[in-house]
Design a protein around this ligand. Structure first.
Ligand code: GRG
Length: 309
């Protein structure tokens, strides 16, 4: 296929992009698709528990990044929606497991009680497992208008991003670092590039893969995604200190309480914000060749540093 850049020239008078309206519209579409994605059948408890966390709100950033990236690369929302839902299923399962007493031990998530507080630890573990498996089933069975080789690439990429080479690898180094005061910046970067960054990168790349993006498109999008992934985590660490429990929808100040090494604990709050802004600028610059077509992804990058939760 031709490069996305060839089909896309920046215009002198770029229209102002309304991120608020964009987020509202895409969030609504994602909510509707997620609502339809899982039915409650026998044995009801597991499906109810999966739906409890999946439909608890959240910014839906990963699905929206996937849809926006697919559109930038010339695809449609319909092509990417099953993968977008699967990304949210995987993200939600990682939150359920992260909140368990054996991990971060949290009582609140997305403004409501965590899954294990409502259903018990045994059910919460299974709800996470159920969502993880279903995510891959959902991509394989629900994706339409995309050739099987592209779907296969998406499944392969996502599997790698979620396993020991991605989320799971980041989480274990995070657990091993708990209680240590001498965690290096390299280790902190490893943790967050894997634990948080890998799924954000997969969200962007899977959307583009579905649309048949070229290798050079994938390279640019990967640079964008890795930069926003790290910026996202730096701001997450800052918000843990500066935002309230009401704003966050989860316990605030947890990192300080657990004496965790974070970006603000190494750099301070102002320098952390500066580093995050620098990463966001670099992320946006990587998409300059796409002109106006990159407006949604660029605005989403800005949203990462401007958000309050
Ligand atoms: C993936 C197999 C598998 C197991 C899970 C527990 C675990 C392994 C990994 C932890 C991953 C984790 C919870 C990373 C934190 C990522 C993060 C910053 C989450 C907050 O994301 P937001 O702000 O949340 O997008 P909302 O609620 O808006 O969706």
């Amino acid at each position: 296929m031709t490069s996305s850049i060839d089909r896309n020239t920046a215009t002198a008078a770029s229209p102002v992009f309304d991120l608020k309206a964009y987020l509202k519209q895409y969030q609504q579409q994602v909510e509707a698709a997620l609502e339809q994605s899982i039915a409650v059948v026998y044995p009801e408890k597991i499906y109810e528990s999966m739906r409890y966390s999946l439909l608890a709100g959240g910014k839906r950033l990963r699905p929206i990044l996937c849809l926006a990236s697919c559109e930038l690369a010339g695809g449609s929302i319909a092509m990417a929606m099953p993968t977008a839902c699967a990304l949210e299923m995987i993200h939600t399962m990682s939150l359920i497991h992260d909140d368990l007493p054996a991990m971060d031990n949290d009582d609140y998530r997305r403004g409501q009680l965590t899954n294990h507080k409502v259903y018990g630890e045994d059910v919460a573990i299974l709800a996470g497992d159920g969502l993880l498996a279903y995510a891959f089933e959902f991509i394989a069975t629900q994706t339409q208008m995309v050739s099987p080789d592209r779907v296969l690439r998406v499944i392969g990429h996502l599997g790698r991003a979620v396993g020991a080479a991605g989320l799971v690898g980041g989480q274990i180094v995070d657990l091993e670092s708990e209680g240590k005061t001498d965690v290096s910046l390299d280790t902190l970067n490893f943790i967050h590039r894997h634990k948080t960054g890998a799924l954000l990168e997969a969200s962007v790349l899977c959307g583009a893969l579905l649309a048949g993006a070229t290798e050079s498109d994938l390279q640019r999008l990967s640079t964008y995604a890795q930069d926003i992934g790290l910026a996202f985590q730096i701001i997450d660490d800052v918000l843990d200190i500066t935002a309230t429990q009401e704003e966050l929808g989860k316990t605030a100040g947890k990192d300080l309480q657990a004496q965790k090494v974070t970006y603000p604990s190494i750099w301070g709050i102002e320098e952390s914000k500066r580093q995050a802004n620098q990463l966001v600028e670099a992320a946006k610059a990587a998409l300059d060749p796409y002109g106006d077509r990159a407006q949604p992804l660029k605005a989403l990058a800005d949203y990462i540093t401007a958000r309050r939760n």
